[in-house]
Design a protein around this ligand. Structure first.
Ligand SMILES: C[S@@+](CC[C@H](N)C(=O)[O-])C[C@H]1O[C@@H](n2cnc3c(N)ncnc32)[C@H](O)[C@@H]1O
Length: 313
């Protein structure tokens, strides 16, 4: 698939998702059958009831594959940028943590998602959150603005992941943190699954091999790249007839083979730091039992000078 056709398919899929409320990018999806509710899905991937109750009704579509804010030490006044903010779930969770002196900027390329997120912010009078139309490969955000860049189950959908990490680095202040939840692969997928549009928009076939994903973050110029948590993430684990069946129908792969394929997908929570003498240190150690100890710490290569800001603040 070309980059343009990938973007078009992803946009079309997520426009339909917000309009119908169904999810094909969760541990139990509802493309073809009954599914867990967004609240149940969110609990499954690591959100607390307090997180879930913080957000406006309608923001939680159950599309995340982890909780990127679980280890985030946000402070009042911080600026947060959420890559692929969807209906605003994580942005709304971050909002009270950064308080009135802080800001949260969500970026998403699907107008229907933005419309939902903006209308919820307006309805509930949440003024420190804004949602911008844009692609995460060319963020509509100024250089050196953010204390933290977060993203939840989005970068796997990008056809140009090195560019996404370079953009995240550009918009972070020196010392700022990247906190990402995403799906990665333990082994390569069969060719036919890789060619499946359903598998792509369902967050499977665009995913990178785990070590390549971490290497891309380091190569963008990040330091202290660490995997804070890693968990198995078998699509269809609660509803085996949903995403798996959609992919099987799309490419003609037997569901049993597809199930094995799905077992190579894991959800990771990754933290990294933009080098420089910012106010943030390397971050706290994850709570006992939640880190894998298998993170990489690469010195990172030096990026070319950050491209000029685009006038956004
Ligand atoms: C699986 S959903 C996750 C939404 C949100 N992060 C959440 O957890 O609820 C993926 C979102 O990323 C957006 N997206 C995918 N690729 C993108 C890109 N290249 N640029 C901007 N947004 C993108 C989609 O429009 C969709 O809203």
């Amino acid at each position: 698939m070309s980059t343009d056709s990938i973007r078009a398919a992803v946009r079309k899929h997520y426009a339909a998702t917000v309009q119908t409320g169904s999810s094909c990018c969760g541990p139990s999806s509802s493309c073809c059958g009954p599914a867990l509710s967004p609240v149940e899905l969110s609990r499954t991937v690591g959100y607390t009831n307090a997180d879930i109750e913080t957000v406006p009704d309608g923001a939680n579509l159950g599309l995340g594959c982890g909780n990127p804010l679980a280890f985030a030490e946000l402070r009042p006044g911080d600026v947060v940028v959420d890559l692929g903010s969807g209906a605003g779930f994580d942005a709304f969770i971050a909002s009270p943590r950064v308080g009135p002196a802080g800001r949260v900027i969500g970026v998403d390329m699907t107008p229907e998602m933005l419309e939902r997120a903006r209308s919820l912010a307006a309805r509930d009078g949440i003024t420190n959150v804004e949602f911008r139309l844009g692609e995460i490969e060319a963020l509509p955000v100024a250089d050196n603005l953010a204390d933290m860049v977060i993203s939840n189950c989005v970068i796997n959908l990008s056809p140009d992941k090195p560019r996404v990490f370079a953009e995240a680095l550009r918009v972070l202040k020196p010392g700022g943190q990247l906190m990402v939840s995403d799906l990665v692969l333990l082994r390569p997928l069969p060719k036919r699954v890789r060619a499946s549009v359903e598998a792509y928009v369902g967050c499977i076939s665009g995913a990178s091999l785990r070590d390549e994903y971490l290497a891309m973050i380091a190569a963008a110029g990040f330091a202290d790249v660490e995997v804070l948590a890693e968990s198995t993430y078998s699509i269809g684990s609660s509803n085996p007839d949903a995403t798996e069946q959609a992919i099987a129908d799309d490419v003609g792969v037997a569901p049993e083979d597809l199930k094995a394929t799905a077992e190579s997908v894991v959800s990771v929570k990754v933290r990294a730091r933009k080098p420089g003498s910012g106010v943030r240190g390397p971050g706290s150690v994850p709570p006992p039992g939640q880190g894998t100890g298998s993170g990489v710490r690469g010195p990172g290569s030096v990026l070319p000078p950050a491209k000029a800001g685009n006038g956004n603040r």
